[in-house]
Design a protein around this ligand. Structure first.
Ligand code: ATP
Ligand code: MG
Length: 562
């Protein structure tokens, strides 16, 4: 069968095309996404998810979700749940194919017994330090362990005793018997089982020996009928071991093939789960779903859409060499998506009171405003107008520089959808000199924001009616790190590169009444201010809280034009 999407091309698809042509694996394509449940998923995992699920569906194949839970000390069901939620939210489904490596503990044990029986594994009593010493270096071969020639019978009995809990943690290991002189260090009799008394999130205290990743992974792939086992580049040197396990145990139909690709890196953030966990535990951020985090849950809470993340993963493609991408590309993707879909509304983030002296006191009227000029089907809504309004503090300057087209003393601007207004008086706080209120007049003939006599104004401001405005909190997010490559030169800890201005809280914002009950997760363009998303945790009916997803300014589009 041929790939469904003929425009889709990368080196992994090329391999699959060849396999399909050769009739390998009976023409089946079966992948898996194998997260270790020791943290929340991040945007790098999204790339792996899009690749594994995407390549399966493009080739009429299947993709499993497999929790790679062979390391009980760091794993937790909270992570298992968040991972499922994130994969689903991204738009992928594993149907009934959700598995755990721990489902295979029994089989993995049997295969280890088989290896021993073949004379291909032995119990070794060297300590971890000794094993390292015996391993040799890149330039020097290793030395055989004194326990390497134990008889099959002795190994079988010792391994069983290991399983039965007869030895303390770390006192013995099971090692594959390969080649202590191999140029590949991973092949110098790697450890495949260790003794560890730790409660496992699924198997509890049933086991006190646990298989190592390099041994468990190929066999888990085989058990699930995986044909293409896609992983990141750091496993390239482990591929001979992956193949050795399958070959030695004659696990060959289908015979899974490991294929490595470059992991995703993005500037101004970190993407290792260890570091992300440290940021959470150390309260440098407010949890895994803090909108500044590169986690999928953080991006979701910030207001990213699954479409924008899938689009990003498609655009960056799949490569065999690592590189670091510009975070501006991710921002470009969400901006493009929200430009098409987000409702345009008015919100004043830093309010300045405007009183229209010639507008009748107590009077009010409504203006019709389009919801999205990019999507006329979205219709219009009514916006109330009255004598007292709020505009943005930034939209007035008493002593403007050249080229400032917003409101100035004696100057005239348009209020979006409403009227022309002219500033007649500036009221200041006596002690601080701060501008606290403006008095203006309006031109009744400019209703709807149209010029009555061909008179031109350069600025158009957004506004909200003071009597009708809803109080809101707005959280302006910036990059989590101030350096493109946090902790780059090793002379400092990456946490020293955290951006102290990554969150600005604005607690006295005024938004138009249609936003009073903005539901968590609903996304808007605040005219002239950026894209915002109602916070799914803290937003309450009548007291909305908004996160800035991204500003309107697109630095990526600019680099494209250059
Ligand atoms: P970390 O190094 O952040 O702890 P990990 O590789 O240990 O990540 P896993 O849970 O083992 O995390 O990852 C699940 C899958 O996602 C693996 O196949 C891994 O290769 C892939 N993956 C992890 N990080 C990235 C990334 N930055 N880019 C692409 N794929 C990734
Ligand atoms: Mg891993």
């Amino acid at each position: 069968m041929e790939s469904k999407d003929l425009n889709y091309s990368n080196f992994i698809q090329d391999i699959i095309n060849q396999d399909l042509k050769d009739g390998k694996n009976d023409g089946k394509v079966h992948t898996r996404f194998p997260p270790e449940p020791n943290g929340y998923l991040h945007i790098g995992h999204a790339k792996s998810i899009c690749l594994n699920f995407g390549i399966a569906s493009r080739n009429n194949g299947l993709c499993n979700l497999r929790f790679d839970d062979t390391n009980p000390s760091k794993e937790d069901t909270e992570y298992v749940e968040s991972i499922q939620e994130d994969v689903k939210w991204l738009g992928f489904t594993w149907d009934d194919r959700m598995f755990y490596a721990s489902d295979y503990f029994e089989k993995l044990y049997e295969y280890a017994v088989k290896l021993i029986g073949l004379g291909k594994a032995y119990v070794c009593d060297l300590s971890a330090d000794e094993i390292r010493e015996y391993r040799g270096t890149l330039t020097e071969p290793g030395k055989n362990s004194p326990y390497r020639e134990r008889s099959i019978g002795e190994n079988l009995s010792l391994f069983e005793s290991m399983k039965n809990g007869e030895f303390p943690d770390g006192s013995r290991v099971l090692r594959a018997k390969i080649d202590m002189a191999s140029p590949n260090l991973n092949m110098r009799d790697p450890v495949i089982y260790r003794i560890l008394r730790a409660s496992h999130h699924r198997t509890g205290d049933k086991w006190c020996i646990y298989p190592m990743y390099d041994y468990a992974h190929p066999i888990s792939d085989y058990i699930e009928g995986i044909t293409h086992s896609i992983c990141t580049l750091e496993f390239e040197d482990h591929r001979p071991l992956y193949d050795w396990c399958l070959e030695t145990l004659s696990l060959d139909h289908p015979r899974p093939q490991q294929i490595e690709f470059a992991r995703l890196n993005i500037n101004y953030t970190v993407m290792s789960k260890r570091k992300l966990l440290e940021l959470v535990k150390g309260n440098y951020v407010n949890g895994w779903d803090d909108p500044r985090m590169p986690t999928i849950s953080g991006l979701r809470r910030r207001g990213f859409t699954p479409e924008s993340i899938r689009d990003f993963c498609d655009r960056i493609g799949v490569a065999k060499t690592s590189s670091t991408l510009d975070t501006a590309l991710l921002e470009h993707c969400i901006r493009e998506d929200l430009n098409k879909t987000a409702k345009r509304v008015m919100a004043v983030l830093r309010p300045l009171k405007v009183i229209i002296d010639n507008y009748p006191e107590g009077a009010e009227e409504e203006f019709e405003a389009e919801n999205n000029p990019e999507a006329p089907d979205e219709g219009t809504r009514m916006i109330p107008f009255s004598r007292e309004l709020y505009i943005e503090q930034d939209d007035f300057m008493e002593n403007p520089p050249k080229g400032y087209f917003r409101l100035v003393p004696g100057g005239e601007v348009r209020l979006k959808h409403a009227y022309f207004i002219k500033c007649t008086e500036v009221v200041k706080d006596e002690s601080t000199g701060e501008v606290i209120e403006l008095h203006c007049t309006y031109d009744p003939d400019s209703r709807g924001g149209n010029s009555p006599d061909g008179r031109k104004v350069k600025g158009t401001l957004h506004w909200v009616s003071a009597a009708h405005a809803v109080d809101a909190e707005v959280r302006l997010y910036d990059r989590l790190f101030k350096e493109p490559n946090p902790g780059e030169d090793e002379s400092r800890d990456y946490k020293e590169d955290l951006n102290p201005q990554s969150l600005e809280l604005l607690s006295s914002c005024k938004v138009e009444p249609s936003l009073a009950n903005a539901g968590g997760g609903s996304r808007y363009q605040f005219l002239r201010m950026g894209y915002f998303c109602a916070d799914s945790v803290d937003s309450k009916p009548g007291a909305p809280v908004f996160n800035r997803v991204v500003s309107l300014k697109d630095s990526w589009a600019k680099t494209l034009k250059k």
